[in-house]
Write a protein that binds this ligand. Structure first.
Ligand code: F6P
Length: 341
């Protein structure tokens, strides 16, 4: 069998371990692999690279994706899906492994349903907001970077007697902000799932400041509060606003300064949290998902995705993964609030 692999959407640590897992397992099944470059764009343009043992055997510790990625949506391109199907045939592919988040797998699901493409999915996203899987790889690595940044801000904040604001990624779901807040012992978290009451937050920060002479606020880039518009500015091919351009951290810092009269500084770690070597957790999860994807292809279980459930990697319908986003729920919101004293 000739199997294509593509990685689409925002990159994250764990993609290379997943590519490695798929290829190593596929070699056992006698598969030949071809790498499709830059996500769905590569299938549209038939841009490929060979993917042999020597290309993948030393990538488990590498950040990013050796295949490159893009946010190209072939369903937004005139004749795009047909061109992809034509290239799928031209390249002699029997199956495709698509590694991505909600957008990339949403496209995979449409190709499966509308064009009968032999496609299986591997879930990745640093946002951890994909349904039908307990965790996505990329999340653990990103939060590890964000916690390190938060702890550094705490040091300098304490020295200068300042309130510090850290903005992390998380457009629709605040998992990165929430886990960062708990793991770094922050004093407030602003999530997309819950409108922030600025007055209440500032009263709390004043109280914390009296005790600690510093305070730390973690802000998810998609956080909402009165006066902050949600959906303005430049959008990507999937219709998502590029939120970093809102400058949210500084706006939060300004409002805290105004209401508390305490000195405030802000920082945005942005894409730093998407790079670097995958953590142990992400290496193992990525690798296992890649292996499972090769097994799904071998068994002809198309339209499915590898998913983590408890300690197992199982197959779930792609449609389950992309139907709804997994957002922060009440359990986690209550949990994080227990640290705000
Ligand atoms: O991949 C998801 C994500 O990390 C979001 O949290 C963030 O809003 C977005 O990517 C940033 O995307 P880009 O790399 O295209 O700026």
């Amino acid at each position: 069998m000739k199997v294509g692999i593509l990685t689409g959407g925002g990159d994250c640590p764990g993609l290379n371990p997943a590519i490695q897992g798929a290829v190593l397992k596929g070699i056992d099944f006698g598969f030949e692999f071809v790498g499709i470059l830059e996500g769905w764009k590569g299938l549209l343009e038939a841009k490929t690279v060979p993917l042999a043992l020597s290309d993948v055997e030393e990538i488990i510790n590498k950040g990013g994706t050796i295949l490159g990625t893009s946010r190209t949506n072939p369903f937004k391109v005139e004749g795009g899906p047909e061109k992809c199907m034509e290239n799928f045939k031209k390249l002699g592919l029997d199956a495709l492994i698509a590694m991505g988040g909600e957008d990339t797998l949403g496209v995979a699901n449409r190709f499966y349903n509308e064009y009968k493409m032999n496609v299986v999915g591997v879930p990745k996203t640093m946002d951890n907001d994909l349904n039908a899987t307990d965790y996505t790889f990329g999340f653990d690595s990103s939060v590890t970077v964000a916690v390190d940044a938060a702890e550094r801000l705490k040091d300098t904040g304490k020295s200068h007697r300042r309130i510090m604001v850290l903005e992390v990624m998380g457009r629709h779901a605040g998992w990165v902000a929430l886990f960062t807040a708990i793991a770094s012992g922050a004093d407030w978290v602003m999530l997309p799932e819950e409108d922030t009451n600025i007055d209440k937050m500032c009263e709390h920060l004043k109280k914390v400041y009296e005790r600690k002479k510093t305070a730390l606020v973690i802000v998810s880039e998609g956080a909402k509060f009165e006066g902050v518009e949600e959906e303005v500015g430049e959008k990507d091919a999937f219709g998502h606003t590029i939120l970093q351009k809102r400058g949210l951290a500084q706006r939060v810092a300004d409002v805290i300064k105004e209401k508390t009269k305490i000195e405030v500084r802000s920082a945005v770690i942005g894409h730093i949290q998407r790079g670097g070597a995958p953590t142990l957790f992400d290496r193992i999860l990525g690798f296992r998902c890649g292996v499972k994807a090769a097994e799904l292809v071998k068994n002809g279980e198309f339209g499915k995705m590898a998913a983590m459930r408890g300690k197992d990697i199982i197959a779930v319908p792609l449609s389950d993964a992309v139907s709804n986003l997994k957002v922060v729920d009440k359990y986690w919101i209550d949990l994080v609030k227990t640290i705000f004293k």
